[in-house]
Design a protein around this ligand. Structure first.
Ligand code: PEP
Length: 250
């Protein structure tokens, strides 16, 4: 039985003080009711340390939105996996479609980041997903398979990996993939992982869905056999909505 995992990706929202308030609100809204589910929140780099002070001692885990693939050096504006680990992050999100779309991330740079994060002892949420054009031209399967295969190239043990399937056309658009559409791609990902790593590893891998998850659609999505939780953008900025999504996964 895979334990579901729900992570709130706060993206470029909230000052440090606002992040502290939201983290407090999330803890209060969650209460005791999420023991069946792993939960994380991903504030901006700037607010990681302050957020960690709020959630320390709770079961909510600190997650970073990205990391660089070098430990240190002349990479202005970047933050390394080592630094993220040092402030208390358990997980790092890598390869989010906004990173791929706006910041030139490729499967090759995603792979470098995944490797470095694992080396530094972080767990990784590897994001994959097709654009609308790719879905409409019928290449979803090859795009997602390449993202998974190339993103994990050279990685022998996937015990510390979670994959997030996030169709780009569903992120922040209010359009959710139907539970059947999402399940089809989740099954494809699990089959790809079976081919790469064998059945035992594939059956343990958690695959989150992301793309306009809300309290109103979470129950149906999380009921699908290969959907093991969610990566939540917009709805994670509202503590009550995020808590309701966590409860749907619990
Ligand atoms: C995301 O950015 O990871 C995401 C899923 O966003 P939203 O829930 O807003 O679609």
């Amino acid at each position: 039985m895979r334990r579901k995992i729900v992570v709130g990706n706060w993206k470029m929202n909230n000052t440090v003080a606002e992040s502290e308030t939201l983290a407090q609100d999330v803890l209060a809204a969650l209460g005791e009711g999420f023991s069946g589910c792993e939960v994380g929140i991903a504030p901006t780099y700037l607010a990681l340390e302050a957020t960690e002070r709020i959630i320390e001692g709770s079961e909510v885990q600190l997650v970073a939105q990205n990391c660089h693939y070098e430990n240190d050096g002349a990479y202005t504006g970047e933050v390394s996996a080592r630094m993220i680990n040092a402030v208390g992050c358990s997980y790092v999100i890598i390869g989010h479609s906004e990173r791929r779309q706006y910041f030139g991330e490729t499967n090759a740079t995603v792979n470098l980041r995944v490797k470095k994060a694992l080396t530094e002892g972080l767990k990784v949420i590897l994001c994959v997903g097709e654009t609308l054009e790719e879905r409409e031209t019928g290449v979803t399967e090859s795009v997602v398979t390449s993202q998974v295969t190339e993103g994990l190239a050279g990685i022998l043990d996937i015990g510390a990996i979670v994959i997030a399937y996030e169709p780009v056309w569903a992120i922040g658009t209010g359009k959710t993939a139907s539970s059947a559409q999402a399940e089809e791609v989740h099954l494809l990902i699990r089959t790809t992982i079976t081919e790469l790593y064998g059945e035992p590893a594939a059956s343990q891998l958690r695959i989150q869905y992301g793309g306009s998850v809300k309290p109103s659609n979470a129950v149906e999505l999380f009921a699908m056999p290969n959907i093991d939780g969610g990566l939540i953008g917009g709805a994670s900025l509202n503590a009550a909505d995020f808590a309701a999504i966590v409860k749907a996964a619990s």
